[in-house]
Design a protein around this ligand. Structure first.
Ligand code: PGA
Length: 253
């Protein structure tokens, strides 16, 4: 049995001064759901406040990106060592917004993911197709490429520190959710692709989240699917009650 994992992706929405209150509200609203891993991935500048607010709760803090080099002349970047030092436990890698707006490629996803895992953090590696790719019949090709290149040289042992998020780009922030069947089909493809990389037994242990307009109202039917092990939540992670509603659905799935 894979433990469900629900992670919030705050994106560029919450200030440091607002962070503690949101984390505390989330922790309070979800303390009954001990069978779910709960993560708040925040802008780097919010991480110290998030880590502090997570103390004594079951919520963990995470980041939204990390560089692959440990230190050096990389203006504007954050290293995995800095994140470890600050107390973060998870890092989202390769979110479609990073790919779309900030030049992230499958190759840089691979470098970042391997650095994150090597630092002892858990990488949440995002994959997902655009609407054009889906409509052109390239869904499988895109997912397989993102997996094969993005996870190159990630070993079976590394998979203990790996979560994959399937985020169809057309569903992110649009209110359009993949149907449970559409999502399950891709999750099964992701697991099968992972099995070729690290072996079927290991692939069975890796959690695959769905992301893209997941809300309290649609979480239960998505999380009921065999290969959907959690959610990566944008908009609905910014309101404690909504986020808690999704976590309740995961706890009961
Ligand atoms: P959304 O974002 O829940 O607002 O669609 C999901 C994500 O981008 O991780």
């Amino acid at each position: 049995m894979r433990k469900k994992i629900i992670a919030g992706n705050w994106k560029m929405n919450i200030k440091p001064s607002e962070t503690a209150a949101l984390v505390k509200d989330i922790a309070e609203a979800t303390k009954a759901y001990t069978n779910v891993d709960i993560v708040c991935c925040t802008p780097a500048i919010d991480i110290p406040a998030a880590v502090e607010a997570c103390k004594g709760t079951q919520v963990e803090a995470g980041a939204e990106n990390a560089h692959w080099e440990e230190k050096g002349a990389y203006t504007g970047e954050i290293s995995t060592g800095m994140l470890v030092d600050a107390g973060a436990k998870y890092v989202i890698i390769g979110h479609s917004e990073r790919r779309q707006y900030f030049g992230e490629t499958d190759e840089t996803v691979n470098k970042r993911a391997r650095a994150v895992i090597a630092a002892g953090l858990t990488a949440i590696v995002c994959v997902g197709e655009t609407l054009e790719e889906r409509e052109a019949g390239k869904l499988n090709e895109v997912i397989e490429r993102q997996m094969n290149v993005g996870l190159k040289d990630v070993t079976a042992a590394d998979c203990a520190k790996l979560v994959i998020a399937y985020e169809p780009v057309w569903a992110i922030g649009t209110g359009k959710t993949a149907t449970p069947d559409q999502a399950q089909e891709v999750h099964a493809l992701i697991r099968a692709t992972l099995a070729k990389l690290v072996g079927a037994d290991t692939a069975e242990t890796v959690r695959i989240q769905y992301g893209g307009s997941m809300k309290p109202g649609n979480a239960a039917e998505l999380l009921a699917k065999k290969d959907i092990d959690g959610g990566l939540i944008g908009g609905a992670a910014l309101k404690a009650a909504d986020f808690a509603g999704i976590i309740a659905a995961a706890a009961n799935a």
